[in-house]
Design a protein. Sequence first.
Length: 136
Amino acid sequence: MTTPPPPQPGRIGWVDLTVADAPAVRDFYAAVAGWTPQGLSMGDYEDYVMLAPDGTPHAGVCHARGSNAGLPAQWLVYITVTDLTQRLHEVTARGGQVLSGPRNAGPSGRFAVIQDPAGAVCALFEAASAPSSSDA
């Protein structure tokens, strides 16, 4: 499997689906979308990276456990940003809420789940190579 380049700021770089029965939903999308699941260790259980037919990571199917326990069962898009800390200040200043995080996403970066003023939920993701105000 090749590692894709980091997503560009301002673009949707990833999608996750967090559900109570991740193996059943994993199998559903494997059959319906033609994705191949690859286990991703979360310590005492596995979430799943769903690979496109060419082997590139395309999406995630996650258990509603641990830090994901409060997430709704919906596709969660991750919008790539620079300076996550500043973007989270903008979220609250503009009437949104930070629902979870910020938290680390392994070596790839960090993210936070937000809700906009209309109630829509998404995540903001900052790649590890992107500059951060917390590093200054």
